[in-house]
Design a protein around this ligand. Structure first.
Ligand code: ADP
Ligand code: MG
Length: 308
């Protein structure tokens, strides 16, 4: 038994048509965290989450939720997790209040223990309690789904791309609620395309690409990779070899007279780098610099070159 909130070992999924969406993914989500699962479209994020939700059958590997193996203890595993799916699917004829009551019924929660109005208040839908779902905006539906996922008070909440198509104000409200739940002890897993969002909210970030895990680190350490800066220097004659310096993280030939030098912002600046190039006997003809950020880290990790 694992004491992680979610533990995944060598998880595999090949769909009936032959498409392999997960090629053996392993990681743990520590309890109490906000954990980000990032990856480009088609990476396998929803497949992974739908396996946890019991909506997709895995073809290999193991997964447990709150210590409950999803095969051996499916009921306990399901009770331990609330999932907000990527696709919004709704019965348009139920009101938010009814939708939550029905959900509570599915989980066998006695009337006296239901928290329908409390949940609606938490997601700012109290005044829509009796409105038909079809009259709700996209953002309201999304928030109703969050309330629905929390009906059985699971210790783990998973949100699959919860802010796609949600405007900025509602996004802020949603994140405020997610943070509040996390402060109350709920472990949160979210997939998102918005890197700034992941950067701001998540304690730890895992990145998957083409069904494989390519990073799994505390956000701060992933961001420290974004401390890297690249300067391209054009020199006054052909380069037989790349000049070396202990200040350089990496130096690569980009052309006969162009070198791309990567350095750590906290250890050097562009002036130091140019001085090192001059000291190696070259005249500097042209310089361009570029700031790296989480997006660069992400792109460099998910580029097909990196995956190969
Ligand atoms: P993500 O959520 O990261 O965008 P998905 O898990 O939705 O990725 O998809 C991963 C891969 O599996 C994609 O190539 C997608 O086309 C494929 N896929 C997803 N669902 C199905 C399905 N029901 N049948 C066949 N292939 C699927
Ligand atoms: Mg998806």
């Amino acid at each position: 038994m694992s004491d992680a909130a979610i533990s995944i070992q060598n998880l595999q999924k090949t769909y009936a048509g032959g498409k392999t969406a997960l090629h053996g993914v392993s990681f743990d989500v520590p309890r109490g965290q906000i954990f980000g699962l990032l990856g480009p479209n088609g990476a396998g994020k929803s497949t992974l989450i739908n396996i946890l939700a019991g909506l997709v059958n895995k073809t290999g590997g193991k997964a447990s939720i709150w210590g409950f193996d999803i095969d051996e203890h499916p009921r306990n595993a399901k009770r331990s997790i609330g999932i907000v799916p990527q696709e919004i699917l709704f019965d348009p004829f139920f009101t938010p209040k009814e939708a939550l009551e029905i959900q509570a019924g599915l989980y066998g929660i006695p009337r006296a223990e239901r928290r329908t109005m409390e949940l609606l208040r938490a997601v700012h839908l109290e005044d829509k309690a009796d409105a038909y779902a079809r009259t709700l905006s996209g953002g309201m539906k999304r928030r109703l789904l969050v309330a629905k996922a929390m009906v059985h008070t699971p210790p783990v909440l998973v949100l699959d791309e919860p802010t796609a198509g949600v405007d900025i104000e509602l996004r802020q409200q949603l994140w405020a609620y997610v943070r509040q739940l996390n402060e109350q002890g709920v472990t949160v897993v979210l997939t998102t395309h918005y890197l700034e969002e992941a950067q701001e909210l998540c304690d730890r970030i895992a990145i998957i690409n083409h069904g494989r895990l390519i990073a799994n680190e505390p956000t701060a350490s992933l961001l420290s990779k974004a401390q890297e800066k690249v300067v391209e220097v054009t020199v006054d004659r052909d380069l037989a070899a790349v000049p070396q310096s202990p200040l350089f993280e990496k130096a690569e030939l980009k052309g006969e007279r162009v070198i791309a030098i990567t350095y750590q912002k906290d250890r050097a600046n562009a002036g130091d780098v140019l001085a090192a190039v001059s000291a190696a006997g070259f005249g500097v003809v042209d310089v361009s610099t570029r700031e790296a950020d989480l997006e660069d880290v992400f792109l460099s990790l998910t580029s097909d070159r990196a995956a190969a």
